[in-house]
Write a protein that binds this ligand. Sequence first.
Ligand code: GP9
Ligand code: MN
Length: 697
Amino acid sequence: MTKHKLNSRFGFFLLLTILLWAKNLFAYSVDFDLRLDNALQVFILLINPIATTMLFLSIFLFINRTCPAYITGYLIYLLLSILLFANVIYYQEFTDFLTIDTILGAGKVANGLGESAIRLFKPHHMLYFLDCVVVLVLLLLKKLPSDTRPVRARFAFSVMVASLLFLSGNIILAETSRPGLLTRTFSRDYLVKYLGINAYTVYDGVKTYEVSQIRAQASPNDMEKLVEKLRQQPKETNAETFGIAKDKNIIYVHLESAHQFLIDYKVKDKNDEEHEVMPFVNSLYHNNSSFSFDNFYHQVGAGKTSDAETLLENSLFGLNQGALFSQLGGKNTFNAAPALLDQKLGYTTAAFHGNAGNFWNRNETYKKFGYQHFFDSSYYKINDGNSFQYGLHDKPFFQQSVKYMEHLQQPFYAKFLAVSNHYPFSELPDTELGFPNVDTGDSTIDGYFATANYTDTAIKEFFDYLKASGLYENSMIVLYGDHYGISDSRIKKTKELFGKEDWTTFDTMQAQKVPLIIHIPGQDKGTVNHTYGGQVDLLPTLLNMIGYDSENLMLLGNDLLSSNREQLVAFRNGNFVSKDYSYHKGDVYDNQTGELLNFSQPEVFEEAKEVKKKVDEQLAISDQINNGDLLRFYHHSGLNPVKTEQISYKNSLDTLLNIEKKLGDHSTSVFSTNGGRSTEELYKTKSYEEYAEEASK
Ligand code: GP9
Ligand code: MN
């Protein structure tokens, strides 16, 4: 390129592009923590600021007159610099990126940040503006050559098209590295990591606009209509189990990617010796203090884990597209279990998870759900040896949770999200290897049983602690599978593991069953129940057990233990399973034989088409409530909207310690009931290697 060109307006364009690119890379390496896992991610990160910076800056190339062109170019550059810097400051405080909602509406956050801006300002932040000042001064002093000749419109247009092509290339690479990036929106971290701050901000702006349009059209009247509809479907509850877990702590143990077929399954090793995959969970499953279920299905969509959480804590479905947590979690009004238990029954509420709090937008959604405390990865000691891409492994996760859990006032509602049994099912720490792999030729399936076995031991250790600390007797512990681990596209490769010759669509549907075990120490009427139900039914079941009449809540599910319940499991994609048959895209299969009934039993086929209407209606009601944010108009629940601005997850331990101190002798935390001593030493954990060595002695 000639010197002449560099002195032109295009030269100015290049200069600004390079400066912004450099500042973005600087922010990536110094101020943001974007966790890169492989070379492709590094490459994408390096190039991702370029396309959008060029695209925005190309606007000034279209302006003919010299002064306005340079001023516009400079202002765009300044705005992009401010956007970057604002994110740097925000990230320091919230470990997350600015949303359009925060920028536009939330004066609170801006004020809060304003106050602490001085505290947050670090000397190296000067670098984000130094160049802006230098360029401005050079422009004013006319040291930077300003070219009076306009850029030809055709050239400006080509630059714009080139940046759009670059952007498409960037998006394609990003989708290759992380499929579902734009449709599932795992977290803002991911969007910035793959597309850069500018593209993320535009994407967030478009989504925010879409959401606000739908909400603006919704009215209290829409809610009333839905209330009427739900009233026509009276829900029975089981009077015998009403209140059997009254005042108990509620402990949720989230079994990541657990299929029901893991229950009682034994893996054969090379010597044909059998190894039980989840011996501890199996013992709970068959225990007479457990209400267990063998026809319980996950009902998640693209939001996977987060959809399971939505279903479980709201008895509403996730969204038809993308994740409710990411799209609406920080915006909507919910009548979620944590808020309900806190406000109506005085429970302390806390969530524990060894991954970053912004994954699935949990930081915001949990506040809206009413969680008072959230212990995310920042509360755990994590290193390369005890973690993988989804966070801390289960054994250290449960163990390290104790120092927080022991300070929760009882009764508490605590959710523990285990994660080791997550795709790709091959990332256990070295000391945890040893459980035999299966041999299907698909490495994802082959490691699945070993990671599940690891989680099983972690849960056993956690239960041992609960017993040793005395928490066990005061608690009900609910274990549930969040969704499938082996996807529909792979699942047929498991057929030999289950002694099957063929694999049908019906088998794939069966594989969507997940474990559900409601363990209530002291009960002895627990059995394995065969009712057909799904995750949407868990909250009504749980509320009945703790003795809360849920009549005034907008719950779409019904009590799994009621004998008169309608056994209908809607999947997020509109397929369903009923007591007698399974429906898949117009095909109806017999639940007992797996046979396709469309032709052999046309009457069942016709009936199924009728049932399908109910399923569609259930999903539609859920979507209307969620998309229209209709619970903001619903007051019969008697719940107050959660005051999210009063919740902070930054110093959850201090908050708990202060409460403990204030309550003094009245404190009911385990720490207090243990005479003000920690119960951490009661936690015993060993690696697979150590257990194996012990067993061989
Ligand atoms: C990560 C974990 C995984 O925090 O919840 O989510 P998933 O990929 O299973 O939806
Ligand atoms: Mn999951």
